[in-house]
Write a protein that binds this ligand. Structure first.
Ligand code: UD1
Ligand code: CA
Length: 457
């Protein structure tokens, strides 16, 4: 197979986004938009992948700092797509073969489509091949002008098109294959005599056609895939398409999604077969969910590892936590980062946890805060228990041994340890360590005053 390199245009600010964040870093289904074309370029084996960066260059570059197949070049002033590609000339000096040109704002492009474009380009030994599509509403895109025999002549931008050209429904996706020698020999000669006074990459189509070189268009039958995101409304639309794909793939792999139109699962999330996700759940980040799990409605899960047969009940929020198998959480529980729940743990309603490990079979069923704690196995944490982990300056640890029973409404003033198999009576404030196998109780003894209410009158 011939050499393939990619040039990805990502220097523009994205003025129409009306946002302080550069366009290509806006997330679509949980990933910066630019990740999608970068991934597609990698999947088809492009090397190197050259990113043309400009606006917020450092932030864009930072994203790919660790990637040695990615080279960034700076386009200091955004003088147009043609000028942007010309910026990649030096990094690709000595490269011969096919240059795939992509845009940072087309997150829906599939690697398979890109592969098809490259194969088409090579099979016909073309100089330039443009990926195009038919659009019912082509507004804003460049139009593909062909002659009577269907030969591609040039591409005309919306702003430069005459009314007849504006009626053309075949649009330029902004995705191309070009012979490297042709590209870099000619890109310097493109002018900026047009409505936007920009150096248009699209002018190379007319250059190739004018020279009688093979200049082709591959018309994709999926217009959705090459949708360019220029504003936040289009970003929402693109995100919806991505989510639909993600959900479909999960469903085909055996996950029940009760209402895919109202389920928000980000790119990269894994869910095992025979799990069920109810409506209005948000599952994001590096989350992995096993099989046989049930995620009730209105649950938000980010960066969690959830083993098989867990049940996350309605309205719960789980962040950066690990659930081993057969754990039940919620309804309305909040697991904050650093929570590790061993098998068969039960966390009930209105329980908040942070940086805790809870051993197998332990329970905290109601209205509790557990932070910075190490809790053994088969421990019962009574309703209303609080680990007082913060003294206003520092956080302190609470250690609770195996088989401890903590009664209701207990405060554990950390640092403090409750030894294994002890019982802490309801209403106790634990301020000193409790040895194993003991009873800890701190209560003012109750006094009943007979007839007290009657005497008051
Ligand atoms: C471009 C095409 C248009 C096509 C459309 C598809 C040109 C002249 N027009 O128009 O035919 O239908 O894409 O979505 O190419 N960029 C730079 N440096 C620049 C200018 C742009 O890096 O100086 C980058 C942008 O960040 C963006 C991409 O190039 O990722 C496309 O630029 P944009 O301004 O969105 O072009 P369109 O007007 O959409
Ligand atoms: Ca665009």
């Amino acid at each position: 197979m011939e050499n393939v390199a990619a040039v990805l245009l990502a220097a523009g600010k994205g003025t129409r986004m009306k946002s302080g964040l550069v366009k290509v870093l806006h997330p679509a289904a949980g990933r910066p938009m630019i990740d999608y074309p970068v991934t597609a370029a990698r999947v088809v084996g492009a090397k190197p992948v050259v990113l043309v960066v400009g606006h917020q260059a450092e932030a864009v570059q930072e994203r790919f700092r660790a990637a040695d197949d990615i080279r960034c070049v700076l386009q200091e002033e955004q003088l147009g797509t043609g000028h942007a590609v010309a910026c990649a000339r030096d990094v690709l000096a000595g490269f011969s073969g096919t240059v795939v040109i992509l845009c940072g704002d087309t997150p829906l492009l599939r690697a398979e489509t890109l592969k098809r474009l490259i194969d088409f380009h090579h099979a016909r030994t073309a100089t330039v091949t443009v990926l195009t599509a038919m659009m019912d509403d082509p507004y804003g895109y460049g139009r593909v002008v062909r002659d009577n025999s269907g030969k591609v002549l040039r591409i005309v931008e919306q702003k430069d098109a005459d009314p007849r050209e504006r009626d053309i429904r075949e649009i330029n996706s902004g995705i191309y294959c070009m012979d490297a020698a042709f590209l870099f020999d000619n890109i310097g000669n493109v002018g900026s005599d047009n409505a936007q006074q920009e150096f248009y990459l699209t002018d190379l189509v007319a250059v190739a056609a004018g020279k009688g070189l093979a200049c082709l268009a591959l018309c994709s039958d999926d217009a959705e895939e090459i949708m360019g995101v220029n504003d936040l409304s289009q970003l929402a639309e693109a995100s919806r398409c991505l989510r639909r794909r993600i959900n479909r793939e999960l469903m085909l792999s055996g996950v029940t999604i009760v209402d895919p139109d109202q389920t928000y699962i980000d790119q990269g999330v894994a869910i095992g077969a025979d799990s069920t996700v109810h409506p209005n759940c948000h599952i994001s980040g590096a989350t992995i969910i096993g099989s046989g799990c049930v995620i009730d409605s209105n649950v938000s899960i980010s960066d969690c590892r959830i083993a098989d047969n867990c049940h996350v009940k309605a309205g719960s929020v789980l962040e950066g936590s690990e659930l081993q198998e057969s754990v039940a959480v919620g309804p309305m529980a909040h697991l904050r980062p650093g929570t590790v729940l061993h098998a068969h743990v039960k966390i009930g309603n209105f329980v908040e946890t942070k940086k805790i490990v809870m051993g197998e079979g332990s329970k905290a069923s109601h209205l509790t805060y557990l932070g910075d704690a190490e809790i053994g196995r088969d421990v019962n944490i009574g309703c209303g228990t609080i680990t007082c982990n913060y003294d206003g300056k520092n956080k302190h640890r609470t250690v609770i041994g195996d088989r401890v029973f903590i009664g209701s409404d207990v405060q554990l003033v950390a640092p403090v340890t409750v030894g294994r198999n002890s019982l802490v009576a309801a209403g106790t404030t634990v301020t000193i360590d409790v040895p194993p196998d003991s009873l800890a109780i701190s209560r003012v003894p109750q006094v009943n005053k007979d007839g007290w209410r009657l005497k008051k009158k």
